[in-house]
Design a protein. Structure first.
Lengths: 258, 352
C-alpha cells in the first residue's frame, strides 16, 4: 500500500512539473503549427539555435573541462574560493549576466576593442549569442563535470600511473572513459540551458535570433498562437541529447554496479 | 526524551514545521495585501485621512516602459496616499502589452499606452474608449563620453546646425542603438522621425537607409537593434554613442540628449498631418504611419472601483502636474471612442 502511495505522490509531482508541457500540447493546433513553421525563413531561428548551441558545447568542453577536473581533484589552492566563484556565476540571474556582459565585451571595452581588431563584434552578432549562451550554461557544466570526475576512483588513476602511464595518458585512457557518462549528462544539461538561453541573450544578442528570442518577438508581433509552435520546435530539437545522455549515464551506472 | 522529538519522528516533525511556516507565511501575505473590501486602509501613507474613510483594494496597471519611473516612483505613492488603493504596475513596450492583454497573458485593470494604435486592436473585446492626456517626443540621447560627444553637444546647444546630426549618425563606426520597429512603438517612431528629418532638412534620399544600415526600415535584423530593456542600459554603460529615446526617458534617466524641432519629433498634435507622411512597413506587410506621441489611458474589462479611482487621479490636476514635472506635455484630455462607455466619475474629471 505504501509503495502505491509513494508512486501516486511521485506521479502528482511529475505531472505538476510537466504542467507547462501539457499546456503546450493542449493549446497547439495543427493549423497554427503549419502556418508558423512554413512561412519563409520560419526555421532560420532553429538553425541559429542549433549552430550556436553546438559551438557553445564545444567551448564548454574545451575550456571548462580542465577547470572541472582540477576542482574535482583538489588541484587548486583554496578550493572553496574557486567553487564559490562558480556558484556566484550560477546565482546571477541571466538578465543580470547580460547587463554585466555589456561592461565586459561591449564595443568600447578592452575586450570589445580587441574583438573589433579582428573585425568582429560581441554585440548583436552570432559571437555575442555564443558568449551569452556560454555564460548562462557554463556553471551547470562545470559543476556537473566536477561531479563526474569526482566519481572516478582516484586509486584507478594511481594504479595506471604506477603501471607507467603518464598523466595525460591516464586522463585519456582511464579518467575520461570512466567520467564520460557523467560528462555527457553535464553537457546535456548545459545544452538544455544554452538552447533555452534568453535573459543574457536579449541584452547582448538581439540579433541573430535563436528560438527563445524568436518566441519572444513572435509573441509581440503576432500573438500567442504563432509563438507556441516555436516552443514545440525547441522542445523537439533540444530533448534528444539530454535524453540520450541520461540513458547512457544510467546504463553505465548499472554496468559499474553490476 | 519527549516522545515527540524522538529520532524516528524527526522527519514528521520537520514536515509539520515546514507546513506551519508555510501556513503562517500565507496568512501573513494575505493580511498584508489589500482586501477587496473593508474599511481599513491598507497603506500607512494614508494616515492623513481618517483610518476608516479610504477604501482598500489594488489597481493593476500595465503601462508603457517610458512611464515606469513616473508610475512607480511618483504616481504610485501619491495615488495610494490620496485614495487608499494599492498600485501594482507592469511596464513593457506598448505593443508587447497589447499582445499580452489580447492573448490573456495579463489581465490589468488599466492600460497606459504610447499611441492609441496599441489600444484600438483591443476594441471592442477589452475596451471601447481611451483618453489622450499627455504627450512626449523623440530625442536623440547620446553618450557624453563618446568620441563624438563634442559634436553631439555642439548640436544640442545650437553651435552646430541640427541637420548635421543626421550626417553625423551616418559616420562609419558610430554605435547607434534603437529598438525593434516590429515590437516597440519607439522603434517605429525613431524611423519616422528620421524620415521627417530627411524631408525637413532636404537631406539626400538615402539618408535614412544609411543611418539605419538597411533600406528595409522594418527589418529587425540589424546590429543597431536592442531590446527595449537593453537599450538605455547599454547607452548608460558607455557602449553606445547615441540612441533613440523619448524626452521623458532621457530626463528620468539623466541621459544627455539632443532636442528636436516639433516638425520632426512627433510631439505636437498640430503637426499630426505632417507626421502621417512618415511610414514604416513592419512584418506582415503592415504599414504604420507617424503620429503625435500621446499617452493614452483606458480601463480594461469591467471597471473596478480601484481602476476608476486611478484613471480619475491620473487625469486630476494633481496627477497631471506629476506628468508635467516629468517632462510630458499636457494637451487637453480627449476621449477617443465611445464616450458613453467612460465611467461617469472619470468623465466628470474631464468636465463632461
Amino acid at each position: 500500500m505504501s509503495a502505491w502511495v509513494s508512486v501516486a505522490g511521485a506521479g502528482v509531482i511529475w505531472l505538476a512539473l510537466l504542467g507547462p508541457v501539457i499546456a503546450l500540447a493542449t493549446n497547439l493546433s495543427g493549423s497554427a503549427i503549419a502556418s508558423s513553421l512554413t512561412a519563409p525563413g520560419a526555421l532560420d531561428p532553429l538553425v541559429t539555435s542549433l549552430e550556436s548551441g553546438l559551438v557553445t558545447l564545444a567551448v564548454l568542453f574545451v575550456v571548462c573541462t580542465p577547470l572541472a577536473w582540477m576542482l574535482a581533484r583538489r588541484k587548486l589552492p583554496f578550493p572553496r574560493v574557486w567553487e564559490t566563484g562558480v556558484l556566484c556565476s550560477l546565482l546571477l540571474p541571466p538578465l543580470v549576466i547580460g547587463l554585466l556582459l555589456v561592461f565586459l565585451v561591449g564595443p568600447y571595452t578592452p575586450i570589445g576593442r580587441a574583438i573589433g581588431w579582428l573585425h568582429q563584434s560581441a554585440t548583436n552578432t552570432f559571437l555575442a549569442l555564443v558568449i551569452a549562451e556560454v555564460y548562462e550554461s557554463a556553471p551547470y557544466y562545470v559543476l556537473g563535470a566536477q561531479s563526474a570526475f569526482a566519481s572516478v576512483e582516484p586509486r584507478l588513476e594511481q594504479q595506471a600511473g604506477l603501471l607507467g602511464d603518464r598523466p595525460r595518458r591516464v586522463f585519456r585512457r582511464v579518467t575520461l572513459p570512466l567520467a564520460a557518462p557523467g560528462l555527457a549528462m553535464a553537457l546535456s544539461i548545459a545544452w538544455a540551458r544554452a538552447m533555452g538561453a534568453f535573459g543574457a541573450v536579449i541584452i547582448i544578442a538581439y540579433h541573430p535570433a535563436g528560438i527563445p528570442l524568436q518566441i519572444y518577438t513572435t509573441l509581440q508581433e503576432t500573438g500567442l498562437a504563432s509563438a507556441l509552435p516555436y516552443a514545440l520546435v525547441l522542445l523537439v530539437v533540444a530533448l534528444p541529447l539530454p535524453l540520450a545522455a541520461y540513458i547512457w549515464s544510467a546504463r553505465a551506472g548499472r554496468r559499474r554496479r553490476g | 526524551m519527549i516522545p515527540l522529538f524522538a529520532r524516528e519522528r524527526a522527519p514528521l516533525v520537520a514536515l509539520l514545521a515546514i507546513a506551519c511556516a508555510a501556513l503562517a507565511a500565507g496568512c501573513s501575505s494575505s493580511t498584508s495585501s489589500s482586501a477587496s473590501s473593508g474599511s481599513t486602509p491598507s497603506s500607512p501613507a494614508s494616515a492623513s485621512a481618517s483610518s476608516s474613510a479610504l477604501p482598500t483594494g489594488t489597481v493593476n496597471v500595465a503601462y508603457a516602459s517610458s512611464l515606469q519611473f513616473l508610475n512607480e516612483k511618483v504616481v504610485s505613492p501619491a495615488f495610494t496616499a490620496a485614495n487608499g488603493y494599492t498600485f501594482s504596475g507592469r511596464g513593457a513596450s506598448s505593443g508587447d502589452l497589447e499582445a499580452d492583454i489580447a492573448s490573456g497573458e495579463i489581465t490589468p485593470n488599466v492600460f497606459e499606452s504610447v499611441d492609441g494604435d496599441n489600444i484600438t486592436p483591443l476594441e471592442p473585446k477589452f475596451t471601447n474608449w481611451y483618453i489622450q492626456y499627455a504627450g512626449t517626443s523623440m530625442v536623440v540621447a547620446y553618450n557624453p563620453k563618446s568620441k563624438y560627444a563634442s559634436k553631439f553637444k555642439a548640436i544640442a546647444d545650437g553651435s552646430m546646425p541640427l541637420s548635421s546630426l543626421f550626417t553625423l549618425l551616418q559616420t562609419p563606426g558610430l554605435k547607434l542603438g534603437r529598438t525593434d520597429p516590429n515590437t516597440d512603438p519607439q522603434g517605429r517612431d525613431f524611423i519616422e522621425m528620421l524620415e521627417l528629418a530627411q524631408t525637413y532638412y532636404h537631406l539626400p534620399s538615402d539618408t535614412v537607409a544609411k543611418i539605419l544600415g538597411t533600406p528595409d526600415f522594418g527589418s529587425a535584423s540589424s546590429s543597431e537593434i536592442y531590446a527595449e530593456s537593453a537599450l538605455d542600459s547599454t547607452l548608460e554603460s558607455g557602449q553606445l554613442d547615441a540612441a533613440s529615446a523619448f524626452v521623458t526617458q532621457a530626463i528620468e534617466l539623466h541621459l544627455a540628449y539632443i532636442p528636436l524641432p516639433t516638425a520632426i519629433n512627433l510631439g505636437s498634435a498640430a503637426d499630426a498631418a505632417q507626421y502621417k507622411k512618415a511610414k514604416v512597413t513592419i512584418k506582415g506587410g503592415v504599414t504604420k504611419s507617424g503620429s503625435p506621441q500621446v499617452i493614452d489611458i483606458t480601463i480594461i474589462g469591467t471597471p473596478t472601483p480601484a481602476a476608476i479611482a486611478f484613471v480619475k487621479y491620473t487625469l486630476s490636476a494633481a496627477g497631471l502636474a506629476q506628468y508635467k514635472a516629468g517632462g510630458f506635455t499636457l494637451p487637453t484630455p480627449t476621449i477617443v471612442g465611445s464616450a458613453s462607455s467612460v465611467p461617469t466619475e472619470i468623465s466628470s474629471e474631464l468636465g463632461g
